[in-house]
Design a protein around this ligand. Structure first.
Ligand code: RIB
Ligand code: CA
Length: 316
């Protein structure tokens, strides 16, 4: 087997971010070097506590967690507690944090981990991409140490937080604009893809059948998340967005991709935060800047997620 991929995850846990973290720490193909947190599904303070509790649940106490942005580059703090609950991770009880949050901030931790790595580091962003944009703005030299940026956000079709804008991109469109203009390899995992990653009753049953706390907790997260998605968007089963970014790093065949020019709307009164994905090269003067996720092998995806959760849960 080739060596594990060095990875940092910038997230706003968040029920689906939580499953993404479990997928990462439960997969031998991934070498998780750091977790950084951002506002989004909840306040950054709640997201930070949640991240430490999730890693504690997974028995992982040696991956640093650093607190990041409390709001977007423009200072605005759009929160998604309407989906994830007051704590940002409502539902099952979580263990008390087993380790302290890093003293340094998210941008500094990202910079230090990337610059000290002996090989390029992949950056996965599953919340508003503010920390990653700030890193690129403040420390442009780190680009040489970044293998790629893969982010959950945007959509080739409709949005969720607004009719046209997906939550992460709506929460900080200027930040996504910075990333899209960075010249780095960027992969976009949008709602068009993640709405294929539904936690159906069969998926939840597989989680609930695991005879350990990690599996039971994951099933309970899907219960809360599913109720929210049914109330707000009338889904019968919740789309578990964020682990799709990690699954793509584990198995290159789990998602099909299409190269395209992607822009994010910054000014539209009704469309701010919308990703404009030029799948048919209609903007002849624009060069493709992104690989866009198009089709998910849902069976393979859920096998990867379930196997990782079970691996984590069975660790002594
Ligand atoms: O729109 C879905 C995205 O917004 C997911 O990353 C979810 O966790 C929230 O951050
Ligand atoms: Ca998220």
């Amino acid at each position: 087997m080739t060596s594990a991929r060095p990875l940092v995850i910038d997230c706003d846990p968040g029920h689906d971010d939580a499953v993404a973290l479990l997928l990462a720490v439960g997969s031998p193909q991934i070498d998780l070097r750091a977790v950084t947190t951002t506002f989004g599904n909840c306040s950054v303070d709640d997201a930070t506590r949640n991240a430490v509790q999730i890693l504690t649940l997974a028995g992982v106490t040696d991956v640093p967690v650093a607190r990041g942005a409390a709001g977007a580059l423009d200072g605005v703090s759009t929160l998604g507690n309407y989906v994830h609950g007051a704590s940002g991770l409502d539902g099952p009880a979580m263990p008390d944090p087993a380790f302290e949050v890093a003293q340094e901030g998210a941008v500094e931790l990202l910079r230090r981990v990337i610059e000290s790595s002996d090989e390029p580091v992949t950056v996965a962003a599953t919340g508003p991409i503010t920390n990653v944009a700030q890193l690129l703005l403040d420390h442009a030299q780190v680009k040489d140490g970044i293998a790629e940026i893969i982010f959950m956000g945007g959509s080739t079709e409709r949005g969720n937080h607004t009719p046209t804008a997906e939550f992460n991109t709506f929460a900080d469109p200027e930040a996504l604009d910075v990333v899209l203009r960075s010249g780095l390899p960027v992969r976009m995992v949008g709602l068009n893809l993640t709405h294929q990653a539904l936690a159906t009753p069969e998926v939840v049953r597989r989680m609930a059948a695991m005879d350990h706390t990690v599996g039971q907790t994951s099933a309970a997260w899907m219960g809360f998340f599913g109720d929210s998605y049914n109330k707000v968007w009338e889904f019968d089963a919740p789309p578990v967005h964020d682990p799709c970014t990690i699954a793509a790093l584990i198995d290159p065949d789990v998602i099909s991709w299409r190269e395209a020019f992607v822009a994010v709307e910054l000014d539209g009164r009704w469309t701010r935060g919308t990703t404009v994905v030029d799948l048919h090269h209609r903007y002849a003067e624009e060069r493709p800047n992104c690989q866009v996720a198009m089709t998910l092998d849902a069976g393979r995806y859920w096998d990867l997620v379930i196997e990782a959760i079970d691996r984590v849960g069975r660790r002594p």
